[in-house]
Design a protein around this ligand. Structure first.
Ligand SMILES: C[S@@+](CC[C@H](N)C(=O)[O-])C[C@H]1O[C@@H](n2cnc3c(N)ncnc32)[C@H](O)[C@@H]1O
Length: 177
């Protein structure tokens, strides 16, 4: 079976659900690859990261695109910066080539998910990629997926991993009113 890269899979899902008139949120801007992907396909993107280095890397990656708002704050504070959205993407873990000790944490990730669902439009999508091999990543991924899977207003639309111990896990959910 051919193994598809986890972010390639996430981007293919974004292609199916994101349209030019939509608002997208990137919960973890990192090096800006996902933010750029969203910005090229959405009306507006709001991208969060707690590291100035990541916000700067994302600023450079988007190379002058004017439909992106960069927010140096935790995604747990999403509701302070976002009124509504059609799509939100979380790519958990740490900044590649950055400090691996600055990593998403289970409690703030759960806070961000709880904040996101009321702001997500009906039929909007929440995508999450968890890294089960990172320190704390297995517990974080399991708790996030358990919370989302049990949520009464969310339906699972897609799940993807590959045949390797502790491989990353991608899941996509749609909100139903
Ligand atoms: C795997 S990287 C994201 C990769 C990114 N989406 C890209 O395309 O390059 C995870 C990022 O989450 C950020 N992060 C960690 N805790 C956070 C929090 N509470 N709120 C927002 N970002 C956080 C890290 O600083 C890191 O840059």
């Amino acid at each position: 079976m051919t193994r598809e890269h986890i972010t390639t899979h996430a981007h293919r899902f974004i292609d199916k659900v994101l349209a030019k008139d939509m608002i997208a949120v990137d919960g973890t801007a990192g090096n800006g690859y996902d933010t750029l992907y969203l910005a090229q396909r959405a009306k507006a993107v709001i991208a969060f990261d707690i590291q100035p280095q990541a916000i700067e890397a994302t600023r450079q990656r988007i190379n002058g695109l004017t439909n992106v708002t960069l927010v140096l704050d935790s995604h747990a504070n999403l509701a302070k910066h976002v009124q509504t959205m059609d799509l939100i993407v979380f790519n958990l873990g740490y900044l590649p080539h950055g400090n691996p000790s600055i990593i998403t944490q289970t409690s703030s990730t759960l806070d961000a998910l709880k904040a996101a669902i009321p702001l997500l439009k009906d039929r909007g999508h929440l995508l999450i990629t968890g890294y089960r091999g990172h320190p704390g990543g297995l517990d974080e991924t399991l708790q996030a997926v358990a919370y989302l899977s049990a949520h009464p207003n969310l339906s699972v639309m897609d799940a993807y991993t590959y045949d390797e111990p502790l491989a990353p896990l991608f899941m996509a959910f749609q909100k139903r009113g």
